[in-house]
Design a protein around this ligand. Structure first.
Ligand code: PEP
Length: 252
């Protein structure tokens, strides 16, 4: 059984006090009997403060990015070890905003996945096609290239420290989510791809999240699909009143 994972990507939002307030609202709201694992990803400067606010709760801390080197002359960058030191358990990698705005390549993302998993953290590895690629029926080719490139040289043992997030670029921040059928089709494809690259056991154990305009009113349907194991949530993770019903998706 794969435990569902609901991760909130706060992107470049919220001051320290706003971050703590949101973290405390989520902590108070989830209670003890929620089925899903809950993760929040604040900005770098809020990691330790939010980490302190959620201490003792079931919420885990994630960073939104990192640099693949441990230390050195890399002005402005943050390493996986420093993120671990700051209390992170997860690191989001390969988000489409990083691929598009910062020209991150599959091989650079691959180096980050190796560094993050090597440091004992869990990588939330994001992939997804653009609208143009979907309309040109290139979705599966694009995803296959991103998965093969991102996982180059990653062994079976390391796959236990990896989560894939399928985030169609056309659904991120647009209010236009993939239908449950569209998402399940891709998730099924990804699970088969992982089985062919690794083995059936690895593929069955892997959590594959869906991301792209997940909201309280579409979470339950998306998350009821057999190969959708959770959600990476952007906009709706910024308010506890939106995020909490997604965490409790079974009860909505
Ligand atoms: C995201 O940025 O990972 C995301 C899924 O954003 P949104 O939920 O706002 O579409």
């Amino acid at each position: 059984m794969r435990r569902p994972l609901i991760a909130g990507n706060w992107k470049l939002h919220k001051t320290l006090s706003e971050s703590v307030q949101l973290a405390e609202e989520i902590k108070a709201g989830i209670g003890r009997d929620h089925e899903a694992e809950v993760v929040v990803a604040p900005v770098f400067t809020a990691l330790t403060t939010v980490g302190a606010a959620i201490r003792g709760s079931a919420i885990a801390l994630a960073a939104q990015n990192c640099y693949p080197e441990a230390q050195g002359a890399f002005t402005g960058e943050v390493s996986p070890l420093l993120l671990k030191d700051a209390g992170c358990r997860y690191v989001i990698l390969g988000h489409s905003e990083r691929r598009r705005l910062f020209n991150e390549s599959d091989s650079f993302i691959n180096a980050k996945i190796k560094a993050v998993t090597g440091a004992g953290l869990i990588a939330i590895f994001c992939i997804g096609e653009t609208l143009e690629e979907r309309l040109e029926e290139k979705t599966f080719d694009v995803l296959s290239r991103q998965v093969r490139g991102g996982l180059q040289g990653i062994g079976t043992d390391t796959m236990a420290r990896l989560v894939i997030a399928y985030e169609p670029v056309w659904a991120i921040g647009t209010g236009k989510n993939a239908t449950a059928g569209q998402a399940q089709e891709v998730h099924g494809f990804l699970r088969d791809l992982i089985a062919s690259l690794y083995d059936a056991k690895t593929s069955e154990a892997l959590r594959i999240l869906y991301g792209g305009s997940v909201k309280p009113d579409n979470a339950a349907e998306l998350l009821s699909q057999k190969d959708i194991d959770g959600a990476l949530v952007g906009g709706a993770s910024l308010k506890a009143s939106d995020f909490l019903p997604i965490v409790r998706f079974r009860q909505t």
